[in-house]
Design a protein around this ligand. Structure first.
Ligand code: DX5
Ligand code: ZN
Length: 230
């Protein structure tokens, strides 16, 4: 997994057909997805439950590219190895998920995965200041985690700008998660984000039987986001 800052679209399978994850992952990759974003929720850190490492392992053979696992769980550390063994390329933990995020990030890299740190909307950019040399990705939540289809929180754009300046030349991605669509994508791309997670805006209107809709949705987000650079 080499580093570059070209814009990447990471559809979240939280908005996919849960009975058909394998085919859904294959469909979004065939339709232009760069990464596949996998939302793990425990009903404790967030008020919703999705699935765990066994499902990630089952999905893995259906993803050719990057499997980007977003852990919305607490505690994190006892499960890091299981998600790494399930084939996660990136494992992202929340800075709010426990008292020892530094140790958690060490454990993620120690397990052989890329390490991501996520910030809830109420958490300032400064929370990751002393973590930037030990992460591969900072995820800025632009909704409160737990559910797809929520409204983008505009105050987070300034946080993205701050993080971009803090990161400087470090090979660290800035990922945006929540409420990304063709209207909000250019706002965060312009502020310095390079990985855009999108659930409802990618899966809306499509299915494994109508996968070209996914492709059109991905293209619309990418065009809107990259158009800001011209
Ligand atoms: C929210 C999840 C997101 C979510 C995004 O807790 O982490 O990945 O699926 O969904 P949309 O794009 O619909 O806001
Ligand atoms: Zn997510």
């Amino acid at each position: 997994m080499s580093f570059d800052r070209t814009l990447k679209i990471a559809p979240s399978i939280l908005s996919a057909d849960f009975a058909n994850f394998g085919a859904e992952c294959e469909a979004i990759e065939a339709q232009g997805a760069d990464w596949v974003h996998v939302d793990v929720m425990d009903g404790q850190f967030v008020p919703n439950i999705t699935f765990g490492p066994a499902t990630c392992a089952a999905i893995r053979p259906h993803i050719r590219g990057i499997m980007d696992v977003h852990l919305m769980i607490t505690p994190v550390d006892p499960f890091v190895d299981a998600f790494a063994q399930a084939g996660a390329d990136v494992i992202t933990a929340h800075v709010e998920a426990g008292p020892h995020i530094h140790r958690t990030l060490q454990a993620i890299r120690g397990a052989g995965a890329k390490a991501g740190v996520a910030l809830n909307p109420g958490t300032p950019a400064s929370a990751v200041e002393y973590l930037l040399d030990m992460v591969d990705l900072v995820c800025v939540m632009t909704v409160n985690p737990g559910f797809g289809g929520q409204k983008f929180i505009h105050s987070q754009i300034d946080k993205v700008r701050q993080l971009r300046a803090m990161i400087g030349d470090r090979p660290v991605h800035i990922e945006i998660d929540g409420g990304v669509d063709p209207v909000t994508a250019p706002l965060v791309a312009q502020a310095g984000a390079d990985v855009l997670v999108a659930g409802s805006a990618v899966f809306r209107g499509g299915s494994v039987g109508q996968p070209q809709v996914y492709g059109d949705n991905i293209k619309a987000i990418r065009a809107a986001a990259t158009g800001t650079y011209v």
